[in-house]
Design a protein around this ligand. Structure first.
Ligand code: ADP
Ligand code: TRP
Length: 328
């Protein structure tokens, strides 16, 4: 049996990059042969300031979204990170074997701390260690993530190997699984950088809750180039990104989409793309709203998930405590 695990920060906005890079692959991996875990990393979220009422709403929103996309809580252990205290307990132990130097090299930390070095939280620096603990606690084999998270999974591998060398075989060394197509959806306003909810402009991303008019407006303003043909060419980054998105929402190959736009220009292409995105998002949005209307049920699903996760995590922590010598 393969154990497959991934997690997402509960934030008010989930964009189509998150959807295709992280959530959907998890739906595709649900099967009787795998044991899947998916959770909202609320303790990662608080590495930057959060308003409590908003954080609560966002945890529920994230859960509703996973369910709407097709996560089945009988097949996937769906829960909230903070409800399984073993995550932070193991993070402390891993902190004591992680090196300052390797955390200083993490590109996400460098990006996110730029310009405000002194007021950045210790939690943000330590974020990858908590993530390693999320992964190692469950003897995870495979970690599906977007390309930007690969470095963090590699740190988890390094920490697992270091721990195993020092204290004897304890952790499974996990493998990152990076989705090829759509693994990295680029920003609409800047196809050199990945689509991100922390981008300065809302025109950077399509939120999964964007309505038709907003989608059309954002796609119309997406950066492309001055050429007139619609064809897939990696060098034409803006267009290649839009074609990738088109392909993902319609489940059609990029070349076929390009051939449908032969002889047509960006105007038609963008209108078609915006429509295809909305056709994909509208039913999803209805489902999300349906789940959010029944908070008690969502909380109940998360409670049950936490109990199942805790059963695995608490056993693992007993072993870890024994290995490091604190278990008397
Ligand atoms: P953001 O950069 O928008 O804050 P997160 O860092 O919270 O997104 O990422 C959540 C998950 O979504 C991760 O697994 C990440 O790899 C994936 N992801 C984020 N942005 C993209 C993107 N532009 N394309 C594909 N996957 C992405
Ligand atoms: N750092 C990941 C992100 O921003 C979220 C995350 C936390 C995660 N713990 C994890 C992803 C464990 C995979 C496995 O996307």
């Amino acid at each position: 049996m393969n154990r497959i695990l991934t997690a997402l920060q509960p934030s008010g906005i989930l964009h189509i990059g998150n959807l295709f890079g992280a959530i959907e692959p998890m739906v595709g991996l649900q099967s009787d042969e795998n044991e899947n875990l998916l959770f909202a990393v609320d303790y990662h979220a608080i590495t930057v300031p959060q308003k409590p009422a908003e954080l609560r709403r966002n945890i529920l929103f994230a859960t509703a979204t996973y369910l709407a996309v097709g996560i089945d809580p009988t097949k996937t252990i769906l829960f909230q990170q903070s409800r399984v205290s073993e995550h932070t307990e193991l993070a402390w132990i891993l902190n004591c074997i992680a090196h300052m130097g390797e955390l200083e090299r993490m590109t996400q930390f460098k990006d996110k701390s730029q310009g405000n070095d002194l007021s950045v939280s210790v939690g943000l620096f330590d974020y990858p260690v908590l993530m390693a603990s999320d992964i190692l606690l469950y003897d995870t084999n495979v970690v599906p993530v977007g390309a930007d998270q690969k470095q963090h999974v590699e740190l988890a591998r390094d920490l697992a190997e270091r721990f195993n060398n020092r204290f004897g075989e304890t952790f499974v060394v996990p493998t990152p699984q990076i989705r090829k197509e759509g693994a990295r959806i680029m920003g609409l306003d800047d196809p050199e950088k990945k689509m991100s909810k922390s981008a300065t402009s809302e025109k950077n991303y399509i939120s999964i809750m964007d309505d038709e008019a907003t989608v059309l407006k954002k796609i119309k303003s997406a950066v492309t180039d001055s050429q007139s043909t619609i064809m897939y060419d990696e060098k034409r980054k803006g267009l290649a990104n839009l074609l990738t998105i088109y392909s993902l929402v319609t489940n059609t190959h990029v070349n076929q989409i390009a051939s449908e736009y032969e002889g047509k220009g960006y105007g038609d292409f963008k209108v078609g793309l915006a429509e295809a995105i909305s056709d994909y998002l509208t039913p999803l949005q209805e489902k999300i709203k349906g789940y959010l209307a029944n908070e008690d049920e969502l909380i109940n699903i998360l409670d049950q998930g936490a109990q199942r996760a805790k059963a695995i995590a608490s056993k693992k922590m007993e072993v870890v405590r024994q290995k490091i010598g604190v278990q008397l």
